[in-house]
Write a protein of this length. Structure first.
Length: 219
């Protein structure tokens, strides 16, 4: 196999959940209508920033209010209440479930998310997909630390690991770690990066198959 290990992002990559979290941010700060455009611009332009850091920045720097543990807990609980049920039930990206069914028997699959672990575990268990993954990484893991940990765990070459994600920040993590990357188009910008991007896992699987073919020819 060209790739012996595949690391997958979750939101916007395996499931169509990006719009859910965007709507939740808008709902969370709807009472601040004068600041809402700035809040959403900040949220949408910081894909790799965890929600807690976003809450702190928005509260202190956009709303000009004090931020403490009580505020953090209130915002976190409200946000989770908005998104959890919807993400449990939102559709898979086309071909994602078949992709997992096919590849978990052939390579080591890892899941990498910046969603808090308790929330991610609840979603993963509800969907019944835990068995596909050798390990599931959640907050406080960052994508770059996940990739480096997988490299150490698997003891394989960097070009034998593929990272699949839906944001430019995912791509930057893969680039920094020195592993190949394939983008999933969830309507997030890859900023004209010269990388393969596919709308669904049918295209992603075809891309991997083509890479396998090229790898065999070069041997």
């Amino acid at each position: 196999m060209r790739f012996k290990t595949i690391i997958l992002d979750f939101d916007g990559t395996i499931v169509e959940s990006v719009g859910i979290k965007d709507s939740a941010f808008k709902e969370l700060f709807k009472d601040y209508s004068q600041n809402l455009d700035e809040i959403m611009h900040y949220h949408l332009s910081h894909n790799a920033t965890i929600r807690y850091e976003k809450f702190k920045y928005i509260t202190e720097n956009i709303l000009g209010r004090s931020y403490d543990m009580a505020v953090a807990q209130t915002l976190s609980e409200k946000f989770s209440s908005y998104v959890l049920s919807a993400i449990k039930k939102c559709p898979y990206v086309d071909g994602a479930k078949d992709f997992l069914d096919y590849y978990y028997k052939k390579v080591s699959l890892y899941l990498a998310s910046i969603t808090p672990s308790q929330e991610l575990d609840e979603v993963i268990n509800f969907r019944g997909i835990r068995n596909y993954f050798k390990k599931i990484y959640a907050y406080p893991w960052t994508k770059i630390k996940v990739i480096k940990d997988v490299i150490d765990t698997e003891c394989i070459l960097k070009d034998e690991i593929l990272f699949i994600g839906d944001t430019f920040e995912d791509y930057l993590a893969a680039q920094e770690a020195g592993v190949p990357f394939v983008g999933r188009d969830s309507n997030k910008s890859f900023r004209d990066a010269n990388i393969p991007v596919h709308k669904d896992f049918i295209g992603i699987k075809n891309h991997i198959t083509e890479e396998e073919r090229k790898n065999r020819q070069n041997k």
